[in-house]
Write a protein of this length. Structure first.
Length: 651
């Protein structure tokens, strides 16, 4: 028994293999689960087939993929450093306690409304202690990476912990969809997107008993914290240590310091679980693997998982995999065939996204033409320059925020120039994505409200930045390596500056409400939840509700997709979803123009029902005027904790 226990402990101490096994297993479940669901269903039989097929594929592929002798990283700790590790874990745990103890069910604009400023001090303290651990020679790489994963987790879980009901709107939509699939095994129609995330969460839910709500909250923050630090470590180690056969400890220490400061570039895609955010994570893993010329099978699997999660990110990932495969095997092709294959891959990468968006988005082109593209690009640099006359701290934070896009463009250009030889084979594929961005910016989408029209084109810009990420990581390493060998005074100054940027990034990556920035979105609150449940409890006949997005999210959370009306324009949910739909337009007319029976009757006619409600949150723009006007036109009204007003209209 003792020998078996020692073997288990020894296996736990091997961070690299465990991480690789987990990543391979999840990747296969995502790919195969999405395929099984699309072809059949995710009932217990579908889940069983997915697990068996994934298990067979795992044992077939694991030896060819996880065979790098440098993959294994021991978790060994010298007893001399127990006090240092203990100090870090104490500060890290206290930071988590601050988040948990300030969890809120209010209609928050920003998590910083309820989190005390002392959280930033504790975060800074934990970072400083971790830095002192990272530069210790006798602390094993495995321990350092494990602690970096913990710090990434603290950085990305703020919203998931503080927002009691959930953060954002999209996660509620996906949660409701997954709960319906988990209950019935299938939902029609079956769209060829999001299925990778859905299959992963549903299978984890069925096997573990954890709620879909909980898994949907933590999946992306947890997976990004588990996978990114190790991926960055291996990437930098392959570039600067293994390639040069270097045994210089300073080079290794600089790698860990680079990883801890990389969130300065931003980590906002990893603070909430959505298919888009999960696909960004797998794309980053594919790009890092491809850039460092890892096993092509690994790159293809990660790319296929990205496609299964979200095709918008997955199609460029497939283009990357095809391009890398071509680069590796082009010598075996004749010159004519080489040119044809190159043209097919680059043209496919450039046209796949615009064609897909055009065909699925309504087949409409923008009326603005190239003017819209200029405005889209111009919006990225609209705030560049200095800041106003506020506190020195806010001025520092927003000088960084206002010039972030410009700084990022400069850093990318500098990285591409400095690492031109490494990027030489990537320039054409990045150029193809730029063409995809330009073409996609000309498409207009029928189901999106005006201010969301540029969202898809903007995501392509994010994908292009991810393709340039290896260069940014290499550039960051070069800078930190130079600082690490500089004089102590200079090191301290750079440390203070870097810590300031890291804290600024932490603050800016979440919604905020201050003298410079007023985030638009309110969190779904407990009062929203009470309002939708109150209406449902007192109604015995079909009804619809005109409300804002947070209230609609509360309805999704409470009732799922069980309330639809059949209309000439297709199925209509009884709360305004999406914002580009007809009910939301009627809601805007009620709150921005005049809350009248005439407008409500139009909505009731569309749904074919006789009872409608208008919900007005007290925080809404000019809510006082809207509430007073609605009291005169509604048949009856009631309030929830003097924060939400419910108005009933009968046809």
């Amino acid at each position: 028994m003792i020998k078996r226990a020692m073997k288990i402990i020894d296996r736990i101490k091997t961070l690299g293999y465990s991480n690789d096994y987990l990543k391979l297993a999840l990747t296969l479940i995502i790919i195969i689960g999405a395929l099984i669901y699309y072809l059949y269903a995710l009932n217990w039989l579908g889940i069983l087939v997915t697990l068996i097929t994934s298990g067979v594929a795992f044992f077939v592929l694991k030896k060819s993929i996880i065979k790098n002798k440098n993959a294994n990283i021991k978790l060994v700790l010298d007893k001399k450093f127990y006090y240092l590790i203990g100090g870090y874990l104490l500060s890290w745990g206290f930071a988590f306690w601050l988040l948990w103890s300030n969890q809120s069910g209010r209609a928050l604009i920003s998590p910083w409304e309820v989190i005390p400023s002392s959280f930033f001090l504790i975060y800074a303290l934990s970072t400083l202690i971790l830095i002192s651990i990272l530069v210790k020679k006798k602390v094993s790489p495995g321990i350092k990476i494990a602690l970096l994963s913990g710090q990434y987790l603290l950085t990305t879980l703020v919203a998931a912990i503080v927002y009691k009901l959930g953060y954002g709107f999209d996660p509620f939509v996906h949660q409701a969809t997954m709960e319906l699939i988990a209950e019935k095994g299938v939902v029609f129609p079956k769209p060829p997107y999001y299925l990778g995330e859905y299959s992963l969460i549903i299978i984890l839910h069925k096997l573990s008993g954890l709620s879909i709500y909980f898994l949907n909250k933590i999946l992306v923050p947890v997976l990004s914290s588990l996978f990114l630090p190790l991926a960055f470590y291996r990437f930098l180690k392959a570039e600067f240590v293994l390639k040069n056969n270097s045994t210089d400890y300073q080079a290794t220490a600089a790698i860990f310091l680079t990883i801890i400061f990389l969130p300065i570039l931003t980590f906002s895609p990893f603070i909430a679980t959505t298919p888009q955010n999960l696909s960004y994570l797998f794309l980053i893993l594919a790009v890092l693997a491809g850039f460092s010329r890892q096993n092509l099978t690994t790159v293809w699997l990660l790319s296929l998982a990205t496609v299964a999660i979200h095709p918008l990110t997955g199609l460029p990932a497939l283009g990357l995999s095809a391009w890398l495969t071509f680069q590796e095997h082009q010598a075996s092709l004749k010159i004519r065939a080489r040119k044809i294959v190159k043209i097919i891959i680059l043209a496919g990468t450039a046209l796949a996204l615009p064609l897909t968006l055009f065909l699925t988005g309504g087949r409409n082109l923008s009326n603005n033409g190239w003017i819209g593209l200029k405005e889209l690009i111009g919006n990225f640099f609209i705030n560049c320059g200095s800041v106003g006359r506020e506190t020195w701290l806010l001025n520092f934070i927003y000088f960084f925020a206002h010039n972030y896009q410009l700084i990022l463009v400069i850093l990318i250009a500098l990285a591409l120039i400095l690492f031109y030889r490494r990027y030489q084979k990537w320039f054409l594929i990045i150029s193809a994505l730029l063409v995809a961005f330009i073409l996609s910016s000309q498409i207009r989408f029928n189901d999106l409200i005006n201010y969301e029209q540029a969202s898809y084109a903007t995501r392509i810009l994010v994908i292009i930045v991810i393709f340039c990420l290896p260069g940014l990581v290499l550039l960051s390493y070069k800078l930190i390596a130079k600082i690490y060998t500089a004089e102590k005074k200079l090191q301290i100054l750079w440390l203070i500056f870097g810590l300031g940027l890291l804290l600024s990034s932490l603050y800016l990556s979440y919604p905020r409400f201050d003298k410079y920035w007023h985030s638009r979105g309110y969190a779904t609150s407990l009062n929203d939840q009470k309002a939708v449940q109150l209406i449902d409890a007192q109604e015995t006949e079909p009804y619809l509700v005109l409300a804002n997005q947070p209230v609609s999210a509360a309805a999704l959370n409470a009732f799922g997709f069980n309330h639809y009306f059949t209309t000439p324009d297709g199925p209509l949910y009884f709360y305004p979803i999406p914002t580009g739909g007809p009910l939301y337009q009627y809601y805007l007319e009620m709150v921005y123009k005049n809350p009248s029976h005439l407008v409500m009757n139009k909505a009731l006619d569309l749904a074919g029902v006789k009872v409608g409600y208008l919900i007005v949150n007290k925080y809404w723009y000019q809510s006082g005027q809207v509430i007073n006007a609605a009291k005169l036109t509604a048949d009856s009204w009631q309030e929830v904790n003097k924060e939400i007003y419910i108005f009933k209209y009968k046809y």
